[in-house]
Write a protein that binds this ligand. Structure first.
Ligand SMILES: *[C@@H]1O[C@H](CO)[C@@H](O)[C@H](O)[C@H]1NC(C)=O
Ligand SMILES: *[C@@H]1O[C@H](CO)[C@@H](O)[C@H](O)[C@H]1NC(C)=O
Ligand SMILES: *[C@@H]1O[C@H](CO)[C@@H](O)[C@H](O)[C@H]1NC(C)=O
Ligand SMILES: *[C@@H]1O[C@H](CO)[C@@H](O)[C@H](O)[C@H]1NC(C)=O
Ligand SMILES: *[C@@H]1O[C@H](CO)[C@@H](O)[C@H](O)[C@H]1NC(C)=O
Length: 742
């Protein structure tokens, strides 16, 4: 190219040298020899002369083709205007000026080009990371394109350049392009893509090439297609009617994708729900079950993720109170309640295992139904079932009503009074108990278990029963103060882990029957008449025995005298002598003590009599009798006084009987009554007369006359004394005397 331009300049130099030889008439052009004109622009070539008043101008091209320009001549100047410049103007234009005979000629080379626009950058599509893309840079309407050089750069790095050195077989404007395929990366974001085009043409006459240059700068817009779309569900994908759920969608991409929520319809189509990443569904219904789709969307793609939500029918619940089982005491009231939640209008029905309808006692208030069992009896012991119907669903709950009866504390009974040493039977009774197959009774004495029993008998009929446990033991005084405990436990059903429990206690008090009853005389048990005596009785026993004083009558009966321990007799008389009985009495028994009180009286009122008379006839029967009055313990000695001494007569009970009285029986008879206290003497004189006829005479009744009070047993020495004094006339038998006394 520079070579060709040089060649053009060579030709004009030669012409200049030729015309310079003529003088005065000169021709000049502007531009001097060459002009580069862009197609479509407007240029003018000017030819002017000096040294000629009125020159004439003519313009032609070297190859005599049409000028394609307008000529205007003005004095010494001619202007050739090309407007617009076209390919037809690419010529060497010759301006010929004629002044008379002189002729001057000058040539101007017109070169054309076209480079009107900046390069255009085109992408084959959106730039996506990782996806090859074709970048095309276009330079439109370029001429001469064999001088075109194109270059593509990405940031600082060179992608491709190209020179278009092809032959130009005809003059035309062409669009040239440069194509590069590259794969964008994340690093390319924000980088510039530059397309630079250079047209190497020479502007001026200078030899130097001065390329025209245009460039286009485009920032790379790199995209990332949505991916990794994820859904989070709060609280769960399994829901119940009425619940709310929040679905949150996230998706990665550049630019950040937008999330779009849809629901998949039965026909597979999507129903748009929201353009928000967060989708909240409230008060869900079963129909809301299904597949929910989230799509992350940006300019270059979409990525979807699905989640299935399952909305279940909300189950309604039935609660029965007071629980699964309830224990009630016979006579109590119980209320069974069946309550429903999560059902608008439930319907209730109650039954028991035995009775299919309980309508009478049932009350229904909205979502609650109650059965009121007032004053329950054993017939109410049953399983109660509450059936709730809500829509087409049905739930049944049951409650076991167990009854028991245990209204009273156990009753402790003793067969007898507690007396030390006497076996006694203790019974512990638990009245009106049910169920008695789970009754346990035990009897304890203090801490010691005496007996226990578990009543596990079969219950063929439901009824209240008394149950008792018995035990026999022999109490001792040590048991006093100990506590007898009867404890009853009733184990009711399974639900009451602790048995019902009742107990009774009884403090033991052990009696001891009276013993060792003794009497103390003060001053003595033998007294002289007129003195006083205190008879004090004591008796041992628990509780302390009560003392009773009695006197034993002759028939053996007792006559109560006093209820004090001391019996005082003031100024005693002989009649106070006798048997006195002291009784020590308590609950446990009686202890008796008999004592004898003797009141001594000096003998008195002795009577000595002869029967039938003191004057009798020979052969009669006569009884001489000494009666001693009412003085006990008195010796009676019947004697007959003679000159030789006294003869003690053998008397029976103080009576001496002479069956056939003789004359010699006459005389003085003496009766001496004597005791410790004193003596008394009586005498009589029996007169016996001789008789003519002896006639027997006997009256047996007379024999009963005797001394009321027998002789007491004398001291041995005393008998001897009496015997000596009596001179042992007649006989005295001690044995006889004793016999008579008994
Ligand atoms: C998406 O929902 C959130 C929370 O309800 C709200 O703050 C936000 O403005 C919504 N965005 C659009 C685009 O609707
Ligand atoms: C069942 O209960 C009803 C209503 O309370 C009552 O009238 C009926 O006698 C009971 N039937 C039986 C067999 O208990
Ligand atoms: C149950 O019935 C009794 C007697 O009929 C009554 O006194 C009581 O108030 C009732 N209780 C309820 C909760 O209805
Ligand atoms: C059960 O005991 C109670 C109270 O002690 C009594 O009234 C009732 O008669 C007794 N019943 C039977 C059947 O023995
Ligand atoms: C008998 O007892 C009473 C009262 O203790 C007393 O005053 C009296 O002297 C006693 N009599 C005799 C004889 O001891």
């Amino acid at each position: 190219m520079p070579g060709k331009i040089a060649m053009i300049f060579g030709v004009s130099n030669i012409l200049w040298i030729v015309f310079a030889a003529s003088q005065a008439f000169k021709i000049e052009t502007s531009p001097e020899s060459r002009i580069l004109a862009q197609i479509g622009d407007s240029i003018s070539l000017t030819c002017s002369t000096t040294g000629c008043e009125s020159p004439s101008f003519s313009w032609r091209t070297q190859i005599d083709s049409p000028l394609n320009a307008k000529v205007r001549n003005e004095g010494t100047k001619s202007t050739l205007t090309m407007d617009p410049v076209s390919f037809e103007n690419e010529h060497s234009y010759l301006c010929t000026a004629t002044c008379g005979s002189r002729k001057e000629e000058k040539e101007i080379q017109v070169d054309v080009y076209s480079f009107p626009k900046d390069p255009e950058i085109h992408f084959s599509g959106l730039l996506e990371v990782g996806k090859p893309i074709i970048v095309k840079c276009l330079v439109p309407d370029v001429y001469p394109f064999d001088r075109l050089e194109m270059e593509l750069l990405k940031g600082d790095s060179h992608l491709k350049n190209q020179e278009f050195l092809e032959d130009m077989d005809k003059k035309s404007l062409e669009t040239k392009s440069l194509e590069v395929t590259f794969t964008p990366t994340i690093e390319d974001i924000g980088k510039a893509l530059i397309c630079r085009a250079k047209l190497h043409i020479t502007e001026t006459d200078s030899e130097e090439s001065n390329p025209k240059e245009k460039e286009t700068n485009k920032e790379l817009q790199v995209y990332i297609s949505p991916k990794n779309t994820a859904i989070s569900v709060q609280p769960s994908t399994r829901l119940q009617e009425g619940d709310s759920v929040t679905l949150t969608c996230s998706s990665e991409g550049l630019p950040a994708p937008e999330s779009v929520w849809s629901k998949k319809l039965d026909n597979g189509n999507l129903q748009l729900l929201s353009g928000n990443a967060t989708l909240t569904l409230i008060a869900m219904k079963m129909e809301d079950s299904g597949i929910y789709v989230c799509e992350g969307v940006n300019q270059i793609g979409r990525n979807r993720k699905e989640v299935e939500l399952i909305v279940q029918e909300k189950p309604f619940t039935v609660d029965i109170s007071p629980g699964h089982q309830v224990a009630a005491q016979v006579g109590d009231s119980i209320v069974l309640t069946c309550s429903v939640t999560d059902c608008e209008s439930p319907s209730f029905s109650w039954r028991t295992q035995r009775n299919s309808s309980l309508s009478g006692m049932v009350r229904i208030v909205r979502t609650e139904s109650t059965v009121n069992l007032s004053s329950v009896s054993l017939e109410n012991e049953d399983q109660y079932l509450c059936t709730v119907t809500c829509g087409h669903r049905k739930v049944e709950k049951e409650i076991q009503v167990e009854l028991y009866s245990f209204p009273q504390d156990p009753e402790i009974e003793m067969s007898d009074l507690l007396v030390s040493g006497n076996p006694v039977t203790v019974s512990c009774k638990v009245p009106f108990v049910y169920p008695f197959d789970h009754l346990e009774i035990e009897i304890r004495k203090g801490e010691t278990l005496m007996v226990n029993k578990y009543f596990s008998e079969e219950m063929d009929i439901k009824s209240l029963k008394n149950h008792s446990l018995e035990m026999t033991f022999t109490p001792t005084t040590e048991d006093t103060g100990n506590v007898l405990v009867c404890q009853a436990k009733l184990h009711i059903g399974e639900m009451e882990s602790e048995p019902k429990q009742r107990q009774s206690t009884q403090t033991l008090y052990v009696n001891v029957a009276p013993t060792d009853t003794t009497v103390l005389f003060n001053p003595s048990s033998i007294l002289e008449e007129g003195s006083s005596v205190n008879m004090t009785c004591s008796s041992n026993g628990i509780p302390a025995p009560k003392i009773l004083w009695s006197r034993q009558l002759s028939n053996g009966d007792l006559q109560l005298l006093s209820e004090t321990t001391t019996l005082t007799l003031i100024s005693t008389k002989m009649e106070d002598s006798g048997i006195y009985v002291c009784e020590g009495i308590n609950q446990a028994g009686i202890s008796r003590k008999k004592v004898e009180l003797t009141i001594q009286v000096a003998p008195k009122d002795i009577q000595l009599t002869a029967f039938p008379s003191e004057s009798v006839k020979e052969g009669d029967m006569v009884i001489i009798s000494c009666t001693c009055g009412n003085v006990p313990e008195t010796w009676i000695i019947l004697k007959k006084k003679t000159e030789m001494g006294d003869t003690v007569l053998k008397s029976i009970d103080g009576a001496y009987t002479i069956h056939k009285v003789q004359l010699e029986d006459a005389g003085v008879y003496e009766c001496e009554s004597k005791n410790k206290v004193g003596s008394e003497l009586r005498s009589l004189t029996l007169d016996v007369k001789g008789r003519e006829n002896n006639k027997d005479y006997f009256s047996p009744e007379l024999l009963v006359l005797y001394c009321t009070f027998s002789l007491i047993i004398p001291a041995f020495g005393m008998i001897i004394y009496f015997a000596r004094k009596a001179n042992m006339k007649g006989s005295y038998s001690l044995v006889e005397a004793q016999k008579s006394k008994v």
